[in-house]
Design a protein around this ligand. Structure first.
Ligand code: 6PG
Length: 473
């Protein structure tokens, strides 16, 4: 019996996705460049072997799938994907669908989509979130491509995706690069969430002097409240774990230099390209970069005077409550910015991205999953044309409630010399966004002074240059 779907690339994500597909009753053919991996994968598949067709050459692989064939490629993003498509193409026939499930740059996805247009083959760019565990038991799936091609894989994809209550966390989001773009922004928000959690950890560790296990307790309490989310939950868990080698708390033995593979950075780059302020996401990317400059940080520390600074808020339930609300307010800013970038990209690329739907499929399966996303779905459904998430009535009310806490925490952390770039960017974003009279009038005057760039007047008079006199351009 032929397989109904194929998968190339049996790395960690690919093999887990393949097992998930097989487990949901779909017959799947698998192929990996190194044959040993395919054999090992099949040998370890247990009961699921009955739904798996292991193959050792590309022609055998393609022949094992019933046409028109959906073929998932789950390999390292970038050139390897182009090479794989080139190798695969000679074996494919009319109507076959190539599905790139890696963390691709959406510009590549758009190009690949266009390259295959008119060849009889179609391309789907599919964002998959949830790490290893998600891939195996239910990821969040963000699909970009033609609606027709999605209709042909919808059944398999919704069968393997995470479910929020009964609702599958899988959707077609728009043409060509839409799915990979949304995955990129998901990761940008993921970076922001992680960075701000780390900043709160820093306040508790360095400002308050708490141990990892004491801090774990705080996060674990928050997980029962409005911050409830996968990232808060695992933060409590990693803070609780002890190192079997030394008996120390795990976070205390890990080098403070964060890695990154690019998707977070891409979201900041795209925000800049689209002229959308995504300051919290940008701050999170920059903070990872600064974290990795460990040698420079070490060399710099002794060069500057040790200031006698103190974190002024006493420890206890009041502080914990303030930190919780501060983190919540800042989280709102990060998500509002991420959705703003998506709204702008949607217009730029003609995607018509469905905002409530995006928040809906992020509620389960993905790394940033949380109940909070349910609120976003509601807010965007109720006010679809709103300029920004923070000015929906529900979110404006939440910001009003939590902003004083964010202000107190950022002020106290800054006065204590504790870096909080994510939280501070969020605070400044709110302060700037709601300021009807800003300070760019001065910038306009400067631009006109040195470059005669012109300005508009508040009184509407049709005069666009200032009386700068000699010395001005
Ligand atoms: C997910 C994750 C996943 C991965 C990224 C981010 O949604 O499942 O985002 O895709 O963790 O590659 O990794 P970096 O932190 O290395 O950029």
């Amino acid at each position: 019996e032929k397989a109904e779907i194929g998968l190339i690339g049996l790395g960690v994500m690919g093999s887990n996705l393949a097992l998930n597909i097989a487990e949901k009753g779909n017959r799947i053919a698998v192929y990996n460049r190194t044959v040993d991996k395919t054999r090992a994968f099949y040998a370890g598949a247990g009961d699921l072997q009955k739904n798996i067709v292991p193959t050792e050459t590309l022609s055998e692989f393609v022949a094992a799938i019933r046409p028109p064939r959906p073929i998932i490629i789950m390999i390292k993003a970038g050139d390897p994907v182009d090479q794989e498509i080139e190798k695969l193409r000679p074996y494919l026939g009319n109507g076959d669908i190539i599905i790139d499930a890696g963390n691709a740059n959406f510009h590549d996805t758009r190009r690949r989509f266009q390259e295959l247009e008119g060849t009889g083959l179609t391309f789907i760019g599919m964002g998959v979130s949830g790490g290893e565990e998600g891939a195996r038991h239910g990821p969040s799936i963000m699909v970009g491509g033609t609606e027709d091609s999605y209709a042909r894989v919808e059944k398999v994809l919704t069968s393997i995706s995470a479910k929020y209550a009964e609702d599958p966390c899988c959707a077609w989001l728009g043409p060509d690069g839409a799915g990979h773009f949304v995955k990129t922004i998901h990761n940008g928000i993921e970076y922001a969430d992680m960075q701000m959690i780390a900043e709160i950890y820093g306040i508790l560790r360095d400002g308050v002097g708490m141990s990892a296990s004491e801090i774990a307790h705080v996060f674990s309490e928050w997980n029962d409240g409005r911050l409830n989310s996968f990232l808060i939950e695992i933060t409590a868990k990693v803070l609780t774990a002890t190192d079997p080698e030394t008996g120390k708390a795990m976070p205390d033995i890990i080098v403070d230099a964060a890695g990154q593979k690019g998707t977070g950075r891409w979201s900041a780059i795209e925000a800049q390209q689209l002229a959308v302020p995504a300051t919290v996401i940008e701050a999170a990317v920059a903070a990872r970069c600064l974290s990795s400059m460990r040698g420079e940080r070490k060399a710099a520390e002794p060069m500057f005077n040790k200031e006698e600074l103190e974190f002024s808020i006493p420890p206890g339930p009041w502080l914990n409550r303030d930190l919780e609300l501060a983190l919540f307010a800042a989280k709102i800013a990060a998500y509002a910015q991420g959705f703003d970038v998506m709204a702008s990209a949607s217009e730029q690329y003609g995607w018509n991205l469905p905002m409530p739907e995006i928040a809906r499929i992020w509620r389960a399966g993905c790394i940033i999953r949380s109940q909070f996303l349910d609120e976003i779905t509601k807010a965007f459904s109720e006010t679809p044309d709103v300029a920004n998430l923070i000015v929906t009535p529900a979110f404006a009310a939440m910001v009003n409630e939590c902003l004083p806490s964010l202000r107190r925490i950022v002020a106290a952390a800054t006065s204590a010399g504790l870096p909080v770039p994510g939280l501070a960017s969020a605070l400044t974003y709110f302060d700037a966004y709601r300021q009807s009279r800003g300070t760019a009038n001065l910038i306009q005057a400067q631009r006109d002074f040195f470059g005669a760039h012109g300005f508009d007047r508040l009184d509407g008079l049709d005069i666009h240059h200032g009386p700068w006199g000699s010395g001005a351009a």
